[in-house]
Design a protein around this ligand. Sequence first.
Ligand SMILES: [Zn+2]
Length: 405
Amino acid sequence: MWAELLPVGRGSASGGYRRYAWTAADGECRAWFEEQAKARALDYEVDRNGNQWAWLGDPAAGDAVVTGSHLDSVPDGGAFDGPLGVVSAFAALDELRGRGARFTRPLGIVNFGDEEGARFGLACVGSRLTAGTLTPDQAHRLTDGDGVTLPRAMEAAGYDPDALGPDPERLARIGAFVELHVEQGRALDLSGDRIGVASAIRPHGRWRFDFRGEANHAGTTRLADRRDPMLPYAETVLAARREAALAGAVATFGKIAVEPNGVNAVPSLVRGWLDSRAVDQESLDSVVGAVESAAREYAAAHGVDLDVVRESFTPVVEFDHVLRDELARILGTDTGLTVPVLGTGAGHDAGILSGSIPTAMLFVRNPTGVSHSPAEFAAEDDCVAGVRALADVLEGLACKEPARG
Ligand SMILES: [Zn+2]
C-alpha cells in the first residue's frame, strides 16, 4: 500500500508532496482508497462532503468504531502526515482478519477531504462541514490562489457542491473515532517509545503586533532623534522566546511586514505576527500577556506606538478521557508497551469531531520531529508497531473477545 501511494503528487525537485484537495493528485489518492475498500469487500461510499468511507458491517446498526485520517498534503509535505493513518487503518483490518477477530460493532475506515487546507486556506473542511462547524455558505465562498472556488473545484473533480452540509445522522452512528498519526514533534523520540496516545490539542492563536514610529533618512537622522519601530520589535522577538521557554510553551514570530521597507530608511511601521501555543489556556494567556507587556515597555522606551490584535484563536481540545484511558489500558495490558499520553500543538480531524463524538489519537514516533516537510519520517518498525497497536485498539473496542491465544 505504501509503495503504491509513494509516487502520487511527489515533486521531483523538493521530494515533497503536493496533494491538494480536488486536484489530480488528490483524485489519484482517492481512487487508491476506493480500490483498497473494494479489494477487501468493504462497503464503499462518499458522503455529502466528499469524505470517503469503507464499512465492514452495517453502520446503520450504530455504535460504530471508525478509524482513518486524510490523504491530502501541505505544500511540499512529507509522506506520513495523513496517509500513515489511512494505510495503517487498512493494514490493521488485515491484521485483525488474520487473527480471526469476530466483530460485534460496525467498523469504518475514513479518508477526510481537505484536511490540510493547503488550497483554500481553511483546515479540516471535510470534518468541519460534517460536524456543522463550517456552514455550506462559508464553504461555497472558499477560493484558492488561482481564484477557483471550492464548489467549482469539487465539480471539476466530479462531486456535487450543492450537497455540502452537516451530517448529524452519520455522526450519530459512530461510537468512537480513533485517528493514528505520525507524531509532529520529538516527545516519543525523547522518551524512547514507539507509540503514544493523545491527551489534548493545545490551545493556539495568532496575534498581530503593529509597531508605529517615524520614517526617516538612515544616513542623516541622529540615533537620538529616531523613533525606530524595528528596535522594540526585535526586543519583542527575544522576549517571546524567553517567555515561551519559561512557560514550557512555544512562541514564534515567523512573518513580518515593514514600511516603507527601504534599505536606507528608518521604518515607519513594523508589523509582526506572533503564533503561540501552550499546554493550557492559562499558560497561553500568561505567555502572550508577558510578551505584550514587554513589547509595550520597549515601544514606549523608543517613542513608538503599539497595537496588538488577536487575529485567530482555537481553544484547547481535550480528547475523550474514557476512550483515551481505554486505549492506554488496551495497549498497556495487551502488549506491555509503555504508552505515554501526549499533548499536541497541531490540529486534526479528530479534534474537530471531538465536539460531536468520542475521539482519540495514536501517535507513531517521528525521529526527526520534523513535520509538514519532506524530512518528516517514521521508521518501518515503528509503523508496523503502529499498525499492531491500532489493531489491538480496534479489537478491544469492536470485537467480542480477543481472538489471540
Ligand atoms: Zn495530518
